[in-house]
Design a protein around this ligand. Structure first.
Ligand SMILES: [Zn+2]
Length: 259
């Protein structure tokens, strides 16, 4: 047995004995190409756990974010350190995930997501994780994922609440645009995180849910086992989770050519 194999046995021992993962599953995680869009509060949790789980050690872990780290980010964006203030978030997040798992193949995209950049960004990835903070970016990412047939895990957090849903193009389930296509950032008003604030742990918990969905997508979970057609909503103050059943909008671009 080569050194690499021995290392894998020890590093991923709790995965190797775990039902639904095992050696074959761990190999799938290693070979996966996953893009995390947003290296803020949600993205920090997603990245730390995907890195620890070995996602992208033989594939690629992509990190996209166009922001520079500000002091006010550190209250919740745990992939960054005080000494990273002023650095591009993709760089400090890449340093952190490589410190967790030096075997990772990390690619950074210091790019703002819009309808022009999104198609190129998602190209070649097996799973995309939406860890952004604005609806316009999410819609652009969603549309690119739908067009390319790439599954996308959506998550959002503001104030004391969070939500998550998984979009699998071609599954018959809804996409992000089916739910929020009619909304704009302007319409968010006082609910935008900058105005409403956000508890430090809320994006972290939602990010863990998103990372879990990403791992399950790679491991081959069925649509029923994923958050396909189910918007998970979390009220952290009352500590209640609820699910909203969501159907695909027959007029949405994700349904075009399917009628
Ligand atoms: Zn749709």
């Amino acid at each position: 047995m080569d050194v690499g194999a021995n290392q894998r046995l020890s590093r991923y021992a709790r995965h190797l004995v775990l039902a639904r993962v095992g050696e074959a599953g761990q190999r799938k995680l290693a070979k996966a190409n996953v893009l995390v869009v947003g290296a803020g509060g949600l993205g920090s949790a997603v990245l730390l756990y995907l890195a620890a789980a070995g996602v992208g050690t033989e594939g690629e872990l992509g990190i996209a974010d166009s922001d520079v780290l500000e002091e006010s980010n550190l209250q919740r964006q745990v992939a960054h350190r005080q000494s990273d203030i002023g650095r591009p978030k993709v760089e400090s997040a890449a340093d952190t995930v490589k410190a967790i798992n030096p075997a990772l193949k990390v690619r950074t995209w210091p790019v703002r997501v819009d309808p022009q950049t999104a198609p190129k960004l998602v190209e070649g990835y097996d799973v995309v994780v939406d860890a952004m903070d604005n609806i316009a970016g999410r819609l652009a990412l969603n549309d690119a994922c739908v067009a390319a047939g790439v599954p996308m895990v959506h998550g959002a957090a503001t104030a004391w609440s969070g939500q998550a849903m998984t979009v699998v193009p071609g599954s018959g389930g809804p996409c992000y645009r089916c739910l929020f296509g009619g909304m704009s950032d302007d319409g968010l008003g006082p609910f935008a995180p900058r105005q409403a604030g956000v508890l430090s742990t809320v994006p972290g918990a939602v990010g863990c849910i998103e990372a879990t969905e990403a791992l399950k997508l790679i491991l081959g979970a069925s649509h029923e086992e994923l958050l396909v057609g189910r918007l998970l909503v979390w009220d952290a103050w009352r500590m209640k989770f609820c699910e909203v059943a969501v159907e695909a909008d027959s007029q949405c671009l994700c349904r075009r050519g399917r009628q």
